[in-house]
Design a protein around this ligand. Structure first.
Ligand SMILES: [Zn+2]
Length: 121
């Protein structure tokens, strides 16, 4: 897919909709190699290459030109947002279930790390 201004806006809107559903802050989205290279090195270590082979990475980078269609694009956005909302889930059945629910419009409470609440006296 070609990264047009319209597509860029569409991606930001899609990410905004799903970030709200998953109860996470809207991610900063890097859509071009140039944007990746402009980020601080410690954030983009290992991903500062133009030959990057994934559709998306959960810090978040989308390889727009390799996207075959709008469905894969949306699934990729949701996939990466699921990583952000459910950092303890690895790929698999539960991960796919959460993805399916998110794509279907389900809403999730914000992620809270266990053990950070103050102890009761
Ligand atoms: Zn993944």
């Amino acid at each position: 897919m070609k990264l047009t201004p319209e597509l860029r806006l569409h991606i930001l809107e899609t990410a905004g909709v799903y970030a709200a559903r998953f109860g996470i802050p809207e991610p900063r989205i890097l859509m071009s190699t140039r944007e990746v290279l402009e980020m601080p090195r410690h954030i983009t270590t290992g991903r500062r290459t133009t030959a990057y082979k994934y559709y998306g990475v959960a810090y978040t980078q989308y390889n727009i030109r390799k996207m075959p269609d709008a469905v894969v694009l949306e699934e990729t956005i949701v996939h990466e947002l699921v990583h952000m909302r459910f950092p303890y889930l690895s790929h698999g059945r539960r991960f796919n279930g959460v993805m399916r629910r998110g794509l279907g419009g389900a809403r999730f409470k914000p992620y809270r790390k266990r053990g950070l609440l103050p102890k009761r006296r």
